[in-house]
Structure formats: structure tokens, C-alpha cells
Design a protein around this ligand. Structure first.
Ligand code: HEM
Length: 227
């Protein structure tokens, strides 16, 4: 990669993607709040959904958690708690393998389901297809790296992503990184920039209150006869 392309890829492009991500969500929320949801297809065909959607979401949530914990928290913090780089890499490898396999099996299931069920294909937009294919590409490249490339990201990709987050980009950290990792990262930024225009906005409206809300939601008021 030439110096110019490297700066474009690992400074300019990430910030363009993050800007679209933030402004895109704000724009979508203001202009299209009625469609700010997961666009459930459960009522069109339930049986084909259950397995794939569950496997996929376990993989996706584990992946998000793993990336946040592994990339945004510096290795020196792990060292304080007695987790050295070798142990960290070992955990990341196996957790990444499980999460990656779950995500890919899940996303292929969801894609196949949309091609096989006529009612669902008829209700699938181009954004739905593109989103699932992009999820397949990003997670496929991620799993490829876990299985075949084994590059140590703790002192390269991880500090680079933190340098982007704290607005002090250091693209030199990405120079020695293998091309399959670069493709994974660049495709993930494309997905981030695209996400505000898809059903992925539902991630920001996760019903976390379900975890602690009252189980009985309809009951008669004390002292009344009720229905
Ligand atoms: C934060 C917690 C999350 C919750 C509560 C959640 C919930 C849901 C629900 C209810 C659906 C609709 C299922 C149906 O058709 O009935 C859905 C679909 C979907 N979710 Fe999530 N989700 C979460 C996180 C994520 C994440 C992190 C991703 C990916 C990065 C994701 C990607 C998708 C996709 C692609 C679909 C559509 C699948 C299809 O119909 O083909 N979700 N989600």
C-alpha cells in the first residue's frame, strides 16, 4: 500500500465512516423514526427464523463484546489483573473462533431463509440483502484471520483503533498488519457507515428494561373489582 493510500485507508476513511455513522443515525432518527426497528419477519415465517436468528445474535453480541473488550482496553490494564499478552491472545483466539462460527452459520441461515421462503423474499428489500451479505463478508474475513492468519493485534491494530477513538490517529501502527486484517477492518468501517440506513438501528433500541421490568404487566388495581 502506498503512503497516500495508507493515510486514506487508516485516517481519512475511518473518520468519514464514523461521521456518516453518527450523523446518519441522527438523520434517520429524526426523519424515519416510524421504521426505527428490527423489521421483524417473524409473522411471515416463524419456523425458519428461530434457529438462525438466535445463533446469529449470540455470535454478533459476543463479537461486539470481544472487540470492545479486546481492542479498546489497553494490554497494560490486562497486565495489572494478571492477564498477560499470551493469555489474552489465547482467550481472544478461542472466543473469536466460537463467535465467528456462530455469526457465519447464523447469517448464512438467514440469507438462505430469505431465498427459500417466497413470502419473505417478496418482503426483502435491497438493503436487507446488502446488509446480510456485508455481515457475511466482515465476519468471514474476521474468522479467516482467526483461523489462518494469527497476527498479534494487541500492539498494532488495538492501539491504532484507540488512536482513532482519541482523535490522535497513528496509521504507522497499521503498516505491518497483514492484508486480510486490513480488509476486515476496512469492510467493518463500510458496514458502520452503512448501518444507519438499515435495520441495524434496532441495536440502539435494545429492550434492556425487559431484564428488570415487572413480569405481570396487566393487573387489577387493589381495591377494585377488575374486569
Ligand atoms: C442489542 C441487542 C439486540 C437485540 C435485542 C436484537 C433484536 C432483534 C430482533 C427482535 C430482530 C427481528 C427478528 C425477527 O425477524 O423477528 C433482529 C433482527 C436482526 N438483527 Fe438484531 N438485535 C440485537 C443486536 C444485533 C446486533 C449486534 C446485530 C449485528 C451486528 C444484529 C443484526 C440483526 C439482523 C441482521 C437482523 C435481521 C435478520 C433477518 O431478518 O434476516 N442485531 N434483531
Amino acid at each position: 500500500m502506498s503512503g497516500f493510500m495508507h493515510i486514506l485507508g487508516f485516517i481519512v476513511f475511518p473518520y468519514i465512516a464514523l461521521t456518516i455513522f453518527v450523523l446518519g443515525h441522527a438523520w434517520r432518527y429524526v426523519t424515519d423514526w416510524k421504521r426505527w426497528n428490527a423489521a421483524s419477519s417473524q409473522f411471515l415465517h416463524k419456523d425458519s427464523l428461530k434457529g438462525g436468528i438466535t445463533i446469529f445474535h449470540w455470535g454478533a453480541l459476543l463479537t461486539l463484546l470481544g472487540h470492545a473488550g479486546g481492542m479498546l482496553i489497553p494490554q497494560r490494564i490486562y497486565d495489572v489483573f494478571g492477564v498477560n499478552a499470551a493469555a489474552h491472545n489465547f482467550m481472544a483466539h478461542w472466543a473469536g473462533l466460537v463467535a465467528g462460527v456462530l455469526m457465519i452459520v447464523g447469517v448464512i441461515w438467514l440469507l438462505v431463509r430469505r431465498t427459500r421462503q417466497d413470502r419473505i423474499s417478496a418482503n426483502t428489500t435491497i438493503h436487507d440483502w446488502v446488509l446480510l451479505v456485508m455481515l457475511l463478508i466482515v465476519s468471514g474475513l474476521g474468522l479467516y484471520n482467526v483461523v489462518f492468519t494469527h497476527y498479534d493485534v494487541l500492539y498494532s491494530v488495538a492501539p491504532w483503533i484507540r488512536s482513532i477513538v482519541v482523535l490522535a490517529p497513528n496509521p504507522a501502527l497499521m503498516a505491518p498488519v497483514p492484508v486480510s486484517y486490513k480488509l476486515h477492518i476496512l469492510s467493518a468501517f463500510v458496514l458502520l457507515a452503512y448501518s444507519p440506513f438499515t435495520r441495524l438501528v434496532h441495536i440502539w433500541s435494545a429492550p434492556v428494561t425487559y431484564l428488570y421490568r415487572s413480569y405481570v404487566i396487566f393487573r387489577k388495581l387493589p381495591g377494585t373489582k377488575g374486569a
